[in-house]
Design a binder for this molecule. Structure first.
Ligand SMILES: [Zn+2]
Length: 273
């Protein structure tokens, strides 16, 4: 595999970030987070035919190098993932990791109210336990899906510790993986996550992750409904990002600066991810 730079990329690992897998109507603002089931199956077939196998995100730093591995992750725990996403993965003998905001398990995605998507149903505990029994990994997505880098120390510890404890207590499995809600983190957040017991944590990043990089800031590729199977293979092989991905990569720091300036007074917005 060669990257854009022409550098040998045996240690680069593609980590795919999905949200919902559904055919349901979706608002314009949320459209890029919903992949139709038929397209998701196309993605998996393309990966499988290209010789990729899947591994849990907690093994992202494990060797050996030169292995054709891809990591599939789902943020938020949307209910239709258990109907369309997990069966499609199982059919290809593939696995994935589900990142769940524990306060909302069994409920609705109320943090998406600004986008008109708060009606989306989330996985219940029975679904989560079924997923674990089927070989999928679960990780924390915080407790209340808050932007961790702008909340105070007490809230930060609460979000990280309580969500992990709830997941472990309810499922009787060890939880060591985290996906930062909205992708936001900094040194303080990463240190708190390590203290809370996490050993792998995912951001957004819009690029390939390297196996030897810090496992508390795993870069992922946001995969949306405009990514064909062929395009997905280009991305996991280190090809050019789409125009949209490139634009978002360079505009993100501006968003972050504006968000920090507003401080904790503003309400979280999913759009800023
Ligand atoms: Zn999320």
């Amino acid at each position: 595999m060669l990257l854009e730079s022409g550098r040998a990329s045996a240690d680069f690992v593609p980590v795919l970030m999905y949200h919902d897998i559904a055919d349901t109507p979706v608002s314009r603002a949320f459209r890029r987070f919903v992949v139709p089931p038929t397209l998701f199956t196309e993605h998996l077939l393309a990966l499988s035919e290209a010789g990729y196998s899947t591994t849990r995100i907690s093994q992202v730093s494990d060797g050996p190098a030169c292995q054709k591995r891809v990591f599939v992750t789902f943020d938020d725990g949307f209910g239709t993932v258990s109907q369309h996403g997990l069966p499609a993965l199982a059919a290809q003998d593939m696995t994935a990791t589900l990142f769940l905001p524990t306060a909302f398990i069994g409920g609705r995605a109320s943090w998406l109210t600004p986008l008109g998507e708060a009606h989306r149903r989330l996985l219940g505990w029975a679904d989560v336990r079924d997923a674990i029994d089927a070989g999928f990994e679960i990780g924390s997505h915080g407790h209340r899906h808050l932007e961790l880098d702008v909340i105070d120390e007490r809230q930060l510890e609460y979000e990280l510790v309580v969500s992990r404890e709830i997941l472990q207590d309810e499922t009787r499995t060890a939880v060591q993986s985290l996906a930062y809600p909205f992708g936001y983190h900094d040194t303080r957040v990463r240190s708190a996550a390590l203290r809370a017991g996490y050993r792998t944590a995912c951001e957004v990043g819009y690029g390939l992750h390297m196996r030897t990089w810090d496992p508390m800031r795993v870069r992922r590729l946001l995969i949306g409904p405009d990514v064909s199977g062929e395009c997905l293979l280009k991305l996991v092989n280190g090809g050019e990002p789409t125009v949209g991905q490139r634009a978002r990569r360079y505009t993100r720091p501006v968003w972050r600066l504006a968000r920090r300036t507003r401080g904790a007074m503003r309400s979280p917005t999913f759009l800023r991810k």
